[in-house]
Unconditional design. Structure first.
Length: 197
């Protein structure tokens, strides 16, 4: 009985010792550091993004005015057809109805073309800034030992991130670094005129 009790005690002590000491072959767990960024907001809030957005608005302002004028002309014709139904001849009504249908089709096509052009110009701007921003993001993540950085631009369910503490959001830091590296250029129209000798 004494031998079996002693043997059990030795086995227990040996088991406790091996449980407390880390296995020599086990790798030390690496600290995981995760960051998040709203890449869409980051692109839009850079100095370059704001300047490019202003340029886009100025570029498409004439087209917007043209569409408004086309819409106003169409509305005027529709009103003329409604209010002058008793005074217009059958031929005039037919002509006006055909004119309205043609204007509606042209306006729909013009709106679709303008939206497509604006979308393509916007995507070009976003991609130009985004490609440069990703390089800055990668450098920042490596310097600050991030294991992973996730984009939370979209809302759920498109965005798989259900919760993240605001302290891991690096959007402002990336925007600041981007603005330092790529300050917005002053448009040539705003540049001071050269002095005459």
């Amino acid at each position: 009985m004494k031998f079996s009790t002693l043997f059990a005690a030795v086995c227990l002590l040996a088991a406790m010792g091996s449980a407390q000491a880390p296995a020599p072959s086990a790798a030390t767990p690496q600290r995981v550091r995760i960051g998040i960024i709203n890449i869409q907001a980051a692109i839009a809030t850079t100095q370059e993004g704001k300047a490019d957005e202003a340029k886009l608005k100025a570029r498409f302002a004439p087209k917007q005015q043209q569409l408004q004028q086309e819409s106003a002309a169409l509305t005027a014709d529709q009103k003329k057809l409604q209010t002058g139904g008793d005074t217009l001849s059958a031929e005039a009504k037919t002509d006006l109805t055909n004119t309205i249908a043609t204007k509606q089709k042209e306006l729909r096509n013009d709106i679709a073309d303008a939206q497509n052009d604006y979308r393509n110009a916007t995507n070009d701007m976003i991609n130009a800034i985004g490609n440069k921003m990703v390089i800055i993001l990668n450098q920042y993540a490596q310097q600050h030992h991030f294991t992973m950085v996730l984009d939370h631009s979209l809302n759920w369910p498109q965005n798989p991130i259900l919760y993240a503490t605001p302290t891991i959001d690096i959007t402002k830091q990336i925007v600041s670094l981007y603005d330092q590296k790529y300050p917005a250029t002053v448009p040539t129209s705003n540049a001071p005129a050269p002095r005459k000798p």
